[in-house]
Design a protein around this ligand. Sequence first.
Ligand code: NAP
Length: 250
Amino acid sequence: MKTAIITGASAGMGREFARHALTVFPEIECYWLIARRAEKLRELAGELTGKQVVCLPLDLCDEASFAALEEKLRAEKPELALLVNNAGCGYLGNVGELPTALQTRMTKLNVTALTAVTSLCVPYLSRGARIVNVSSIASFCPNPRMTVYSSTKAYVSSFSRGLREELREKGVAVTAVCPGPMNTEFVGGIKGRSRAFDTLPYCDPSRVAEGTLLSARAGRAFYTPRAFYKLYRVMAKLTPQALMVKLAKT
Ligand SMILES: NC(=O)c1ccc[n+]([C@@H]2O[C@H](COP(=O)([O-])OP(=O)(O)OC[C@H]3O[C@@H](n4cnc5c(N)ncnc54)[C@H](OP(=O)(O)O)[C@@H]3O)[C@@H](O)[C@H]2O)c1
């Protein structure tokens, strides 16, 4: 049975990925939804009519969750057609000022969990399968005041590029998506405290999710929504980093 795994499916863009996968990947019959809030996952499961849905309420900052996922994969041996590594978090604040627990939560969820979930899932990916990794415009250049977050997303983009080459022979394509700010729970704690988040154009999570899945279906390596951020990406490539980092302060 063709199966999709989506992390961070209880809210924001993760929920939109599940909704749009119904039309972009109609052949997928089973969804495994991962996040901490079980009731939100069950709510979403109710929307995925005609599909088998498995809700996995796991805290991906807790390494015990990797063992639980490994066990589930070994028991079910799913034919994975889509993996969406979407769960992520970001906090505003200088290193040494923001509580250490928040800084390390970003590295645990955005880097360690994304790596572990991918590593566990790769053996179950079928030919033609797709991996989507959620990066950010923050990956283009270090963002002071969100230095840890932007570094984790630089990892996600770099990891995606390398993994894509590793999986080419297996017939699996990897796509990294680099959205700008979106009105989700994520920005709730940042808005009003950051000039960048208060002035930059926002992306719509539903449109980003749909565009990403279409890009993944087409086998593209990267998807950056909105012309404004495509231009920013080129600018960040061409401008010396010592200058970019001053412009990219959050
Ligand atoms: N919003 C933006 O401005 C923006 C811009 C660029 C990129 N992104 C990226 O987009 C992705 C999705 O973010 P979003 O904006 O949709 O944020 P969101 O609304 O805060 O959703 C985050 C999702 O991750 C899950 N999650 C958080 N901590 C978790 C944990 N420890 N274990 C398992 N799941 C966990 C949350 O579910 P539970 O709370 O139920 O666990 C939720 O489903 C992230 O990777 C983020 O970095 C966001």
